[in-house]
Design a protein around this ligand. Structure first.
Ligand code: GAL
Length: 343
């Protein structure tokens, strides 16, 4: 499939290292980027959005090119997002950055972009490979979900290896855990769950699952679930493994309400509220995608596409299509010397 894509690109005389702008265009002094967020109230997505706005200002100053970001909230509706794409195209956007509502259903967006000749940088919610292979001007920026999960598992493995009593709280040789999962159709939920747990097993943590549930990345849903679990299984839960920071914070809210202490909670994202919980010793650790790098890749790749320039060498693409953002473990020891707000 990839080979076919390259052949098509070559046949169309498009340089493999470049992202060609629309043909016959004069040198541009301004670019317009149409951005659609799957949900504007998602904490992690908002963190990326703020960084992107900063990167756009920095790009303008550095390159002397005016950058207009047209940011829309799809509010969890794929049809709203499809309409936003339609509007972006009619407004003459040079490139689109799309955080798809339904990652399995990016085909209408791709059809519209291909017809209009507008490249698309998808991010965070990965369209299926079949869709990504339809055109050589489709890109994806995100984190490698398996890497995230292995790093999350490592936070607990490291603590268990150094101080088993800090994880196996009742000292019975078993670490009883509950699992909070994100949306069931999201690539990150499935892969994170599988590999976090596998990493705990591989690292020799004697885990036993009490229960788990889907809280759709949301703090309030996770809080309700955890509240229920704490009353169903009193004095039993020793570890909460959460697919993201917001749900981890929801679990912490419920633990605070119930007066449950000492339970270890691990998250993912390194959001601003997540880092505050880390500082307050409520969260054992999190795995943070480098937001500056994430937004930098989006800005530079989108701008190169809009201007028909070579793709940015600082953000090398896998298979000419995917950029994987670097990530790191944050625990209090590593975190103490950091200025979290700038992360
Ligand atoms: C995940 C992130 C979640 C949520 C989700 C939205 O990668 O960890 O917190 O933002 O993306 O697609």
């Amino acid at each position: 499939m990839r080979g076919r894509k390259i052949l098509l690109a070559a046949a169309a005389c498009i340089a493999l290292t470049g992202c060609q702008g629309r043909t016959g265009e004069e040198e541009k002094s301004s670019i317009r980027i149409g951005i659609s967020l799957y949900r504007g109230d998602d904490t992690f997505i908002n963190n990326i959005r703020w960084e992107l706005e900063e990167k756009a200002k920095e790009y303008e100053r550095r390159r002397g090119i005016k950058v207009t970001l047209d940011i829309q909230d799809a509010k969890g509706s794929q049809s709203t997002q499809n309409n936003q794409v339609e509007r972006f195209v009619s407004l003459g956007c040079d490139v689109l950055c799309i955080n798809p509502v339904d990652r399995m259903d990016a085909s209408l967006i791709i059809d519209r972009a291909m017809t209009a000749g507008v490249p698309v940088v998808f991010f965070n919610r990965q369209p299926v490979e079949e869709d990504m292979n339809r055109w050589d001007r489709l890109y994806y920026i995100g984190v490698d979900a398996r890497e995230t999960a292995v790093l999350q598992g490592k936070i607990v493995v490291d603590l268990y290896q150094n101080r088993p009593e800090a994880v196996d709280l009742d000292g019975d040789g078993v670490v009883s855990y509950v699992l909070l999962e994100g949306e069931s159709s999201h690539q990150d939920s499935l892969i994170r769950t599988e590999w976090s747990i596998q990493t705990l097993k591989d690292g020799g943590v004697p885990i036993e699952k009490i229960t788990g549930g889907i809280a759709n990345w949301e703090r309030s849903q996770a809080s309700a679930l955890t509240e229920q679990w704490l009353s169903e299984y009193p004095d039993t839960i020793e570890l909460v493994v959460s697919n993201n920071d917001d749900m981890a914070l929801g679990a912490i809210d419920a633990m605070d309400r119930a007066g449950a202490e000492g339970i270890n909670v691990v998250g993912i994202d390194g959001t601003i509220p997540g880092l505050e919980a880390l500082e307050n010793k409520k969260l054992l650790g999190t795995v943070s995608a480098n937001k500056e790098n994430y937004a930098g890749a989006m800005m530079e790749l989108a701008a190169a596409c809009a201007l028909g320039e070579d793709l940015p060498a600082a953000y090398p693409l896998t298979d000419g299509t995917y950029y994987w953002v670097p990530q790191e473990i944050l625990t209090l020891d590593q975190g103490e010397s950091r200025d979290f707000k700038e992360n």
